[in-house]
Design a protein around this ligand. Structure first.
Ligand code: AMP
Ligand code: ZN
Length: 479
């Protein structure tokens, strides 16, 4: 089997995966900031992370993945205060929606999903450790990390730290700092907004300390893989490294994997451009969960994903093609016997599928392996070269792919129903309605009222209303 190699942002190279604890891969994933519904760009990154974990599981590795929910954030605290509700009350709706959206896209739940609000104590502990080591200073009730004390700062994002101008805004806060590069570990309370009363004073944690504290609490001081979208490399992940490594003296994450962004029709997604979509927006437009999952996984994570109407159509057709192929395998009758060539095709497709994923999750290569198989098997079937005993072998190959792709099961309607969308049934056409009415008339003449009632019900279920008039004729209309 091929060695698993992933691109590590830290070394900027492909590296062999070598978990610290043999057989188990410990992963930390920056989760969503829950002040709004997640958008499909966010889900591009979450789908990448799902493919990562599913691939590792397919290799028989244990996965311990922790994802946080950022429910402490300046915007959340401000919005909750404006709405006059607690942070929990404000974020609950978005957390629920996020978990439901994850399920709709067949994203496996990480082993732990943790909230920042449940870990303020751990963050305070970590800030105290940094304080003891002389890495912090206080200003106007806030506590800052002194970057100058961590010479390796910049090693992940490769930014030129010296070139960062004084006064440049690298963080979301508007507090007084000694050096523009420094960032807040702990923020002083703002009037009317929520704060925590703690050993290091009243206030709230900065965003970066949340992830360092939660990652190390659940995964130990050194994790195998830390993931996120490219925009998190700087400053978020750079700051996580500075906090964690200065506190422990050990490497924080051995491997950093970052997903390139999703853009829409060649442009950045933004509310002002009107091209900003949540998953629910797409469901409203009639897109299926499996189409979106397929599209998001089909572009390897380090390539920018251009989300277009055409790419959606292609993704839908690809899923359809795979599902039809499995149906054909299971339902068509084939002549007895087996064809050695088919067995070989299946072996090759399985090997290539795995090799693609082992090569830095090259999903495009893995999908090409499947579609080659589908094409060749379809041709063999059309030519009568496919035999009865070949079918289970090919079905088995498809069943090996799907724990990672997770699109073969035709359950889109159920998935949509779970997030509150009931797909519209196509209208029954007028000819079909007339034909059923005629059958009902015949049944009535035979005095088969059971049958005629059944037909009336069938029409009613399809949204057709019947009106029996006195002269015996029947009029009908759509509901
Ligand atoms: P946020 O909710 O902003 O904290 O983001 C959640 C995740 O989505 C992070 O890993 C981000 O890096 C990622 N992300 C944000 N925008 C995009 C985008 N357009 N394409 C891909 N990933 C994104
Ligand atoms: Zn994070």
């Amino acid at each position: 089997m091929n060695e698993i190699r992933f691109h590590n942002t830290l070394s900027n190279r492909l590296e062999a995966l070598a978990p610290l604890h043999p057989g188990e891969v410990r992963i930390y994933t920056c989760g969503p900031t829950v002040y709004d519904f997640a958008h499909i760009g966010n889900f591009r990154t979450f789908v990448f992370q799902d493919i990562l974990r599913r691939f590792l599981l397919s290799r028989g590795l244990r996965v311990m993945q922790v994802m946080n929910l950022t429910d402490v954030d300046d915007r959340i605290i401000q919005k909750a205060a404006e709405a006059g509700v607690s942070i929990r009350e404000y974020t609950e709706k978005y957390i629920e929606a996020f978990l439901a959206d994850m399920a709709a896209l067949n994203l496996q739940a990480p082993e732990e999903i943790v909230r920042a609000t449940d870990h303020v104590e751990d963050m305070v502990d970590l800030i105290e450790r940094l304080k003891e080591k002389g890495l912090t200073y206080e200003s106007e009730g806030s506590i800052y990390y002194r970057i100058a004390k961590f010479p390796e700062y910049g090693k992940l994002s490769k930014i030129d730290v010296g070139g960062m101008k004084a006064g440049a805004r690298v963080d979301n806060d508007r507090y007084e700092k000694d050096d523009a590069r420094d960032f807040a570990l702990w923020k002083a309370p703002k009037p009317g907004e929520h704060f925590w009363e703690t050993r290091i004073g009243p206030g709230r944690p900065g965003w970066h300390i949340e992830c360092s504290a939660m990652a190390m609490k659940y995964l130990g001081e050194t994790l195998d893989i830390h993931t996120g979208g490219v925009d998190l490399t700087f400053p978020h992940h750079e700051n996580e490294i500075a906090q964690s490594e200065a506190a422990t003296g050990h490497p924080f994450a051995r491997m950093w994997m970052h997903a390139e962004h999703l853009i829409i029709e060649g442009e950045k997604m933004s509310k002002s451009l009107g091209n900003f979509f949540t998953l629910r927006d797409l469901f409203m437009k009639g897109q299926k969960p499996s189409t979106i999952r397929y599209l998001l996984l089909s572009v390897p994570y380090r390539r920018q994903l251009n989300f277009t109407g055409d790419s959606l159509k292609q993704a839908e057709a690809s899923v359809e093609r795979l599902r039809n192929f499995v149906t054909r395998l299971k339902t068509e009758g084939f002549a007895a016997g087996s064809n050695a060539k088919i067995e070989k095709l299946a072996d090759k497709a399985e090997e290539d599928f795995d090799a693609g994923l082992a090569d830095d999750l090259n999903t495009a290569f893995s999908l090409a392996a499947i579609f080659d198989l589908v094409r060749e098997v379809n041709t063999a079937m059309d030519r009568g070269e496919f035999r009865q005993q070949d079918a289970p072998r090919i079905v088995a190959a498809m069943q090996k792919f799907d724990p990672i792709l997770a699109v073969l099961n035709d359950d889109d309607a159920d998935k949509l129903a779970k997030v509150g969308f009931v797909p519209k049934k196509p209208r029954m056409n007028a000819e079909a309605v007339e034909a059923l009415i005629e059958q009902r008339n015949v049944a009535k003449k035979r005095r088969d009222f059971k049958k005629s009632d059944e037909i009336r019900q069938q029409l009613a279920d399809s949204g057709i209303i019947l009106e029996d008039s006195k002269d015996g004729s029947v009029r009908w209309k759509y509901k």
